[in-house]
Design a protein around this ligand. Structure first.
Ligand code: ATP
Length: 321
């Protein structure tokens, strides 16, 4: 039987572009003659029954906004047996035939649990971390990289003016993509990511070599989950070279802001595709982008995939420094 009513929610950490995805889901659904509900506060809203009917106007003036108009949450209740069954019951009582979940790894695992219990779901990658292996890009990653590049540009000015070593911590506990992409795009001198092992002596030697070669600044870009923390790097540089450094932790600045054109377009394409796929009868899928093609695959398989090695980019960062 053809689906009649779908719902959409955003879950986990918010990311710029989630609004563009919600908008695309709502308007594609309406264009297909479906009823569309928004669920507020992610999985917590499923548990609590926070379903709101969406019309075209409810998603106007939002494509340019960061955050998420449906709000998000990290829901402990949803992880309990009781909460999970309440969520299933709510989906049934609101007669939802298909659910679009926009979020990161944890959110898509939650979507898989729902799928295993008979709910048709389409998971969309919404996280600034770019840590979902099945897709080339996640919604919000490009904006976060651009925010970081802009901030690093400001830091470079003051770093050069003072001839100081600048250490910048960017988000990414397990995945160094923000640091790697922003580091290369900013012309960073040293990029430190969780995917690689480093020797502190090497890092210090590179700082001294840059200085001796006449560089006015030294920019060290460090991912949150890198093998060395910013404080450890600063201490080692101070001890082994006598040079002073300044640490800037960019933090949640990277989460907010108006989404880039890339993220708006990506989110719009993923959102529309997700609705089309549910309307075609697909049941448990992850929607992503690969080689600029939007595609879907089995959700369980998508979550099993291993992230690509970043050997080429890591090497590029080292050559271009
Ligand atoms: P981000 O990458 O931005 O942190 P995320 O989606 O990974 O986003 P999480 O906090 O890990 O963020 O997950 C969001 C919510 O999804 C959790 O609060 C929880 O309700 C649900 N969830 C997380 N992990 C699982 C899991 N393994 N199984 C079922 N549900 C989960």
């Amino acid at each position: 039987m053809a689906i009649q009513r779908i719902a959409v929610l955003t879950s986990g950490g918010d990311s710029p572009g989630m609004n563009a995805a919600i908008r695309a889901v709502v308007r594609t659904g309406l264009a297909r003659g479906l009823e569309v509900y928004g669920v507020r506060h992610g999985y917590q809203g499923l548990v609590d029954g926070e379903f709101i009917p969406m019309d075209s106007v409810s998603v106007s003036d939002m494509i340019q906004r960061g955050g998420t108009g449906l709000f998000t949450a990290r829901s402990k209740d949803f992880m309990t047996e009781e909460g999970f069954h309440r969520a299933l019951m709510m989906l049934e009582s609101f007669k939802i035939d298909g659910l679009i979940v926009i979020g990161g790894d944890g959110s898509l695992r939650g979507a898989l649990d729902l799928a295993k219990n008979g709910i048709a779901v389409a998971g969309l990658p919404g996280t600034i971390d770019n840590d979902l292996a099945y897709t080339d890009y996640t919604i919000g990653f490009d904006t976060a990289v651009n925010t970081a590049v802009s901030a690093i540009g400001n830091l470079r000015d003051t770093s050069s003016a003072h001839g100081m070593v600048t250490i910048v911590e960017l988000m990414g506990r397990h995945c160094g993509d923000i640091a790697l992409f922003a580091g290369i795009a900013s012309g960073g001198d040293i990029i430190v990511v969780p995917e690689k092992e480093y020797d502190m002596d090497d890092i210090c030697r590179q700082v001294v070599e840059g200085h001796n070669a006449g560089k006015l600044h030294c920019l060290i870009i460090v991912a949150e989950g890198a093998p060395f923390s910013c404080a450890e790097i600063r201490e080692a540089i101070q001890e082994r070279t006598g040079m002073e450094s300044r640490i800037t932790v960019l933090g949640h600045v990277q989460r907010g802001g108006s989404p880039s054109a890339f993220d708006r377009l990506l989110a719009s394409r993923l959102g529309a595709y997700g609705v089309d796929a549910l309307a075609e009868g697909k049941k448990a899928i992850a929607v992503g982008i690969r080689n600029n093609e939007i595609f879907d695959m089995d959700l369980a398989e998508a979550l099993e995939m291993k992230r690509p090695e970043r050997t080429e980019l890591i090497r590029l960062g080292e050559i271009l420094r």
